[in-house]
Write a protein that binds this ligand. Structure first.
Ligand SMILES: *Cc1c(COP(=O)(O)O)cnc(C)c1O
Length: 393
């Protein structure tokens, strides 16, 4: 199999699995207890916290809170700020192209009486800092913009928005402060993520997108940022997130993110070259194809192409039969009849949004695998077009 769905999930790397093993067998102690084994488990969790903090240049490890998934971290940031600060303002600014975790968290708040501005994007999936500036109101409490889009790979101007909010907050003062959250789940391990340089208050990460285990994530919350807990329980995570720690998962995420940081520069340079070559080849070899997302400000390992007149699922099934795993912005893959909300927000008509293919590279992706893909893809597209009632050419 050639795996080209690394934006969907990544393989657990051997080093992370090895680090996890002892905490899934002999070292099963609860880190909150006081016997010796417990201290050892707690030390392992704290070491992982330091690794995650270092990966995003957080000033202090205790600004990192482990969660049960990336989705939980995202939900916590948005709902936690809304619940904590909703008394002084009920306006939240986000974008139309967020991951469903953010989008639906915001929509759930809308039902509870919050006023949500979903900023539209341009044709490249980009939302601009001026749009955020124009949307700000006296009752705005939160701005939530993802760092890099999981479908089309577009990288948002987070540092620019952060600088704008810092300037505004200096005038508005603490009682009217606007918090800034970014879902950096697709960015970490691919492009530099530095919470200070970005000017964010909150930032979400997921373990399984960086070769760590599934079911573990982390929320960075800058010192002094108050948000209401979503999970009440024991005093874990400094009283902010109840639930006995997923020690093995946390340790695995720490090991994985540390390695991802060490490998990032070389990997992203290699990905960028392979990405640009693959895009150019596909667009020249296959007529009626177009690139989705920004041509340059995009994740190094993301290729998203629409093939007109055909359905993404068809492409995926035929690719699968040839040994390639990929994903699409099309209907059935997401379990709904609507095509990708991201592609629609970018202005693609429904039939074009249905014909999209996302190829996302991983650390083990080889140029030779992409060459093999290029041998089968034109044939797959022609076969589907020959059967398509939309195609006359
Ligand atoms: C994968 C992903 C999530 C969800 O993370 P999980 O750990 O799978 O819950 C949220 N946002 C983005 C951008 C993602 O890519």
């Amino acid at each position: 199999m050639v795996y080209l769905d690394n934006a969907g999930t990544t393989a657990l790397r051997a080093e992370a699995l090895n680090a996890m093993m002892e905490f899934m067998s002999e070292n099963y102690a609860n880190p909150s207890s006081i016997y010796r084994g417990a201290g050892y488990a707690k030390a392992a969790v704290d070491a992982a916290r330091e690794k995650v903090a270092a990966a995003i240049s957080a000033a202090r490890p205790n600004e990192i809170f482990f969660t049960g998934s990336g989705s939980e971290a995202v939900n916590w940031a948005i709902k936690g700020i809304a619940l904590e600060h909703g008394g002084r303002g009920r306006h939240i600014i986000t974008t139309a192209v967020e991951h469903h975790a953010s989008l639906y968290a915001a929509k759930s708040l809308e039902k509870q009486g919050f006023d949500i501005t979903f900023l539209p994007c341009d044709e490249f999936g980009m939302v601009h800092a001026e749009q955020v500036a124009d949307a700000i109101r006296p009752d705005t409490i939160l701005v939530s913009v993802m760092m890099a889009n999981n479908e089309v790979g577009t990288i948002m101007p987070i540092a620019e928005i952060g600088a704008l909010l810092a300037e505004l907050n200096a005038q508005r003062g603490n009682e009217k402060r606007i918090y800034f959250f970014t879902d950096a789940i697709q960015a970490v391990g691919h492009i530099p993520v530095d919470v200070t340089a970005l000017g964010v208050d909150l930032l979400a990460i997921s373990g399984h997108k960086v070769y760590g285990p599934k079911g573990v994530g982390a929320l960075y919350a800058k010192r002094g940022v108050k948000m209401t807990p979503l999970i009440h329980g024991g005093g874990q995570e400094r009283g902010r997130r109840g639930g006995t720690e997923n020690v093995a998962g946390i340790v695995g995420m720490g090991a994985a993110i540390e390695l991802a940081m060490a490998e990032m520069d070389a990997l992203s340079e290699n990905h960028r070259k392979m990405r640009d070559a693959l895009i150019a080849e596909i667009l020249t070899k296959i007529p009626h194809s177009r690139l989705n997302g920004h041509p340059t400000r995009r994740l190094p390992g993301n290729v998203n192409i629409t093939f007109e007149f055909i359905e993404g699922e068809g492409i995926l099934l035929l690719l699968d039969s040839k040994g390639f795993s990929a994903s699409s912005g099309s209907a059935c893959t997401s379990g709904s009849l609507d095509p990708s909300h991201v592609l629609l927000a970018m202005g693609l008509p429904h039939e074009m949004a249905h014909g999209s293919l996302r190829l996302s590279f991983g650390k083990d992706t080889q140029k030779s695998e992409l060459d093999k893909l290029l041998e089968v893809l034109p044939e797959i597209v022609s076969r589907l077009r020959a059967m398509s009632p939309l195609y006359s050419g």
